[in-house]
Design a binder for this molecule. Sequence first.
Ligand code: PGA
Length: 255
Amino acid sequence: MRTPIIAANWKMHKTIQDALDFVKEAKDDLNAITGSDKAICAPAVLLAPLKDALAGSNILLGAQNMHWETHGAFTGEISPLMLQGLVDLVIIGHSERRQMFGETDETVNKKIKAALAHDITPIFAFGETLEQNQSGEAAIICSNQVKAGLDGIQVDDAKRVILAYEPIWAIGTGISATPEDANRIIGSVVRATLGELYGEAVAQEMRIQYGGSMKPANVEELMAQPELDGGLVGGASLNPETFIPLVKAAAAARS
Ligand code: PGA
């Protein structure tokens, strides 16, 4: 059975002190939850202090972006070499980076390959816009994004990728996809695409999260859907009171 993973995506929130306060409050509770992986994906400047603060726990640490080159004249960028050993995970291709920072399927693909080459697990995010959803294009858009992001990645590497289906219209809006729709896209579209690329057995092993307004009020019904392997969570991940219940619910749903 696939172990679910709930990953906090703090986006551009929290100072070092805020991050340390969160860990102080949440570390023991999160660490005690068995049956679900849990991660904090934080802004780059928080990663080193968080690594120290999370030591001795089973809470994974992730970055939110990185460049694909190991070094060079790329002002403001962070390389996989700098993240290797510091983080377990890196979010690649979040829609905010695609929409506001010029990321394309090609750069997403390069970054996923770079992460894998440096032993960092990519959380590969993709999803359709509201317009694409309303015109019935969600399936083809998601399938194409998955194929493009994984282009040239062989099966043994692909198995290490975590995918995150994030319908853009559900991110930060308070409106989540219906559990049934999320399950349908993840199962009949994304997992089916992975099956075409890597075979059915591998597709069944790979983890696919849902992201978009996951919160304590809807996590149980989302996690009741068999294809969802957890969540990538923005707003509700910022406070222990709303984040811890998500991890507990994911663990309970699969126990
Ligand atoms: P949200 O963000 O939970 O605030 O909708 C999810 C995400 O963007 O990863």
